[in-house]
Design a protein. Structure first.
Length: 360
């Protein structure tokens, strides 16, 4: 450890001093003492009300009355001026590329606060930027940038702008309203032939082809779109080569009677997908009639699937793969008409949100 800094000699203001208001941070790992014997710990930020240069040494007077402190002496820096820039709460996201959480501290350059960490993918609001020289060596003159961030309107603190050579925080746009009507989330399907990694605290897990997951937030940063899943973790909708690996699925109520019009029948799958990994091993036979209560449509190619009512459990496609040839033909609309609902004392209203996960 470096030797404790020598306390500044008592001094009184004289012509040539400078009055004002500045913030300075203690950057000496050994701390520093004022001329009155008060100790400043590394990372502590204090308000300075007067600066005075004597014998080639810059002295700083603390506004709180604890005395004077030397900015530096010889080859050792004790205090570094803090330069601030106010921000407007713009959203940023902790880079998904980081391998470890970002630690928060109570002030720029201070040791991290135990237990206050931001995992990759955390969306924050930027309050201020601050620059200080964090090194106690006078030969180092490079400034380090710190960000004061707020999370969910409660937790806030300071973090380094960069984690090593990588950016720790990225400017982003955030969308928390992904659905329509009463439903604010959206659904994603892993496309056939793909696997998708879910990044989460403690590691990652894989989604296989055809898996169907709910997303509650969309974040766009550095030209990449990330989705936050309802069950935790983040996914990217494209693979490493930039090709689509997931598609957005539109779900809507659809109470109809259908008949299977394909002589080959229709495979029942656990999710609305063409991926054979989701096959249940059960099929609908040619001319078999079934009731459905929901329709799911993939956003990119409008591939459409029907959710079967009991005694069946699962989804079937409405057309043959890659064609417009019908596999399932609508026979009768089973939606209760408004007049029938009124006769039963039920007022028609907006459809209820589709919150149920894929069938077991």
């Amino acid at each position: 450890a470096a030797p404790a800094a020598q306390a500044a000699a008592p001094a009184s203001p004289r012509p040539g001093n400078e009055d004002g208001e500045w913030d300075y941070a203690c950057v000496d790992p050994a701390g520093v003492q004022t001329d009155s014997g008060a100790a400043l710990a590394v990372g502590e930020v204090v308000r300075i009300c007067e600066r005075w240069c004597k014998d080639g040494l810059l002295r700083l007077r603390l506004e709180d009355g604890r005395g004077w402190v030397l900015e530096s002496k010889g080859k050792r820096r004790h205090m570094s001026k803090v330069a601030y820039r106010e921000c407007e709460g713009e959203p940023m996201v902790v880079s998904h590329a980081l391998k470890a959480p970002v630690e928060l501290a109570p002030s720029p350059g201070a040791p991290a606060t135990p237990g206050q960490q931001l995992p990759p993918g955390t969306v924050v609001n930027l309050l201020r930027r601050a620059w200080i020289i964090v090194s106690a060596e006078m030969k180092v003159t490079e400034h380090t940038c710190f960000l004061q961030v707020k999370v969910d309107g409660a937790v806030q603190g300071w973090a380094r702008e960069r984690a090593g050579k990588a950016e720790a925080f990225l400017v982003c746009t955030v969308d928390n309203d992904l659905g329509s009507g009463l439903q604010r989330s959206t659904w994603l399907s892993v496309l056939p032939g793909h696997k998708v990694s879910v990044k989460q605290e403690g590691g990652e897990r894989k989604l296989t082809a055809g898996e169907f997951v709910e997303a509650v937030q969309r974040v766009v940063a550095a030209n990449t779109t990330y989705y936050k899943l309802a069950e935790g973790g983040w996914v990217v909708a494209v693979d490493a080569k930039g090709k689509r690996a997931m598609d957005v699925v539109k779900r809507e109520p659809h109470r109809w009677l259908y008949v299977c019009c394909d002589r080959a029948g229709a495979n029942i799958r656990r999710a609305p997908t063409r991926a054979t990994e989701q096959n249940t091993g059960k099929t609908l036979k040619h001319r078999q009639r079934v009731k459905v209560d929901e329709k799911a449509t993939l956003e990119t190619d409008n591939d459409c699937f029907l959710k079967l009512e009991l005694p069946f459990s699962g989804w079937v496609p409405t057309t043959k793969r890659g064609t417009t040839t019908e596999k399932m033909k609508g026979v009768q609309d089973l939606t209760p008409p408004p007049q029938a609902m009124l006769q039963r004392g039920l007022a028609p209203g907006p459809p209820l949100p589709m919150l149920s996960p894929m069938p077991p």
